[in-house]
Design a protein around this ligand. Structure first.
Ligand code: NDP
Length: 507
């Protein structure tokens, strides 16, 4: 065992001892509080199946307390009238504290979600720090404009617009990227001047609670950042609450639709980042080795539990076999195991439920006629300490067809469904034949083909000769049933604002 390896395991041991002492508490109105019912629920390590902590079981009463605190904080001049520079500084403080605790947070996320610590460190923690620093730049830039109105009366009229914070924002996030999804919502909401109630997924509540604690330490006034852990009912209570002005959600398309229906009570503004079934399109002239490495990473990264996962492969018939073999070679290089080992590049799925779901899809794909090329079950040769972990091997289903469920539905696991094509017109039709439109990858060395395909695919993000590039500066979101609105960049912060138009008679 290397020194770094010891450190991650040792940190996990000391965190586990600390977590075992008492249930983790909700963050409401600037304080750590138990759930009103006094109840808690267990969160588990997906690599071992062992319980790691009890967490306060927030329900509608707790959501109501949190929303009331967020409303008071929103009306409080200490926040409402805080200068833009001071708001920026608080966001920078927040980022600095995440950076201070980065090692511990990376291990905590690895324990709660299962993903390798190298990835929690890079994607979740570094990504969140960058998100807070990026949005710290926005309070001082968010403004309206003066518009040249032309009143018929000839009166001297001034018109200007302002961008106002929308109010109390309910933020509901999933388990696949727990901390970064929270940061993607909390940071722009605070930059806009909103107050927030964050509801993390039941499988991964721990880093969200730490974020709530760090917000207090950073100096945000009481009630500006509240965190309520619990189950879907807590999320539903937040969406239904009449004093919540906006809901931002990342998760399944099914729950996204429920949220839209529930938000109609007070016509909350809703933004949604939902599922995907992203095509990876490979032309005959592509660099096969580069494409294979990136396609493997595009589907196997985070064990396939990524909304943008490139889960439908459309390879030109002339290179189909060679490409599949190269992707399988890449899969064989993955080091599967406990995410606390710094060598590990592929961890377990998040839960038994998710394991069963992925396994069912692989069975369904084979029943529909696809051929299991690799994987399809629990990987062999795992350490006995991982016997109860939810590990699922990287999987390729070859010979898939457009009508198959494994080509049409989001599996959310490490399963690539591979199809071949020869007719470019039919390729575009097949790539767009999906309820989803989150992202697409295109692999070719011909610039015209690349741009033609980028123009033709219906997706919120198109990657050409690359995949899964995401940056705080550039909008992220989906066409069709992949969502409403765009996170990141100006559009991301404007999701949390309303425009006010002011008319002044100067005559
Ligand atoms: P969900 O969409 O159910 O969960 C996402 C979040 O929504 C969680 O915080 C959840 O709470 C909360 N929630 C659940 N029901 C409601 C509701 N009625 N109102 C408000 N909030 C609610 O995802 P699952 O965890 O059930 O995963 C199932 C499938 O969803 C996956 O297999 C995958 O296909 C897809 N998914 C897609 C994601 C994406 O990024 N596109 C992310 C996660 C899942 P709680 O966890 O406590 O139930």
């Amino acid at each position: 065992m290397s020194t770094t390896q010891k450190t991650a395991f040792q940190q996990a041991d000391s965190l586990a001892a600390d977590l075992a002492r008492a249930p983790r508490m909700l963050v409401i109105d600037g304080k750590l509080v138990p759930a009103a019912s006094g109840r808690s629920f267990a969160t588990f390590n997906p690599a071992t199946g062992a319980e790691i902590a009890q967490v306060a079981h927030g329900e509608s009463e707790d959501v109501a307390r949190a929303v009331a605190a967020a409303r008071r904080a929103f009306e409080n001049p200490a926040w409402r009238r805080m200068s833009a520079v001071d708001r920026s500084n608080l966001l920078l403080n927040f980022a600095d504290l995440i950076e201070r605790d980065a090692d511990q947070l990376a291990v905590l996320e690895c324990m709660d979600n299962g993903k390798p610590v190298s990835m929690t460190r890079w994607v979740e923690i570094e990504g969140s720090i960058r998100t807070f620093r990026y949005y710290a730049g926005w309070p001082t830039k968010l403004g309206g404009e003066t518009l040249p109105v032309s009143p018929r009366s000839g009166a001297r009229i001034l018109n200007y617009t302002t961008r106002e914070p929308i109010g109390v924002a309910g933020l509901i996030v999933p388990w696949n990227y727990p901390m970064s999804m929270a940061a993607w919502k909390v940071a722009p909401a605070l930059a806009a001047g909103c107050t927030v109630v964050l509801k993390p997924a039941e499988q991964t509540p721990l880093t969200a609670l730490r974020l709530g604690e760090l917000a207090l330490e950073a100096g945000f006034p009481a009630g500006v950042v509240n965190v309520v852990t619990g189950f879907g009912e807590a999320g539903a209570a937040l969406v239904e609450h009449p004093d919540v002005d906006k809901v931002a959600f990342t998760g399944s398309t099914e729950v996204g639709k429920l949220i839209v229906r529930a938000a109609t009570g007070n016509l909350k503004k809703v933004s949604l980042e939902l599922g995907g079934k992203s095509p990876q399109i490979v032309l005959a002239d592509a660099d096969i080795d580069a494409a294979a490495a990136s396609i493997a990473s595009g589907i196997f990264f985070n064990q396939g539990q990524t909304c943008t996962a490139g889960s439908r492969l459309y390879a030109h018939a002339s290179i189909y076999d060679r490409l599949l073999a190269a992707i399988a070679d890449q899969a064989a290089k993955l080091k599967i195991g406990n995410g606390l080992d710094p060598e590990t590049t592929f961890g377990p799925l998040v839960s038994e439920e998710q394991w069963d779901r992925v396994s069912d899809y692989v069975r369904i794909g084979q029943e529909e006629g696809a051929e299991l090329l690799i994987g399809g079950t629990r990987p062999a040769d795992l350490a006995s300490s991982l016997d109860k972990g939810f590990f699922f091997a990287p999987t390729i289903l070859a010979g898939a067809a457009p009508s198959m469920r494994v080509v049409r539905e989001e599996i959310f696991g490490p399963v690539l469904s591979a199809l071949s094509w020869t007719d470019p017109e039919d390729l575009v039709r097949q790539a767009n034949d999906s309820d989803f439109g989150l992202s697409a990858g295109i692999w070719t060395n011909d610039i015209k083909s690349a741009h033609r395909l980028a123009d033709a695919v219906r997706a919120g993000t198109v990657w050409i000769n690359c995949f899964n590039m995401v940056d705080n500066a550039t909008p992220f979101g989906g066409f069709k049933q992949s969502g409403w609105g765009r996170e990141h960049g100006r559009q991301g912060v404007e999701l949390y604002t309303e425009t006010k138009s002011v008319w002044v008679n100067l005559s």
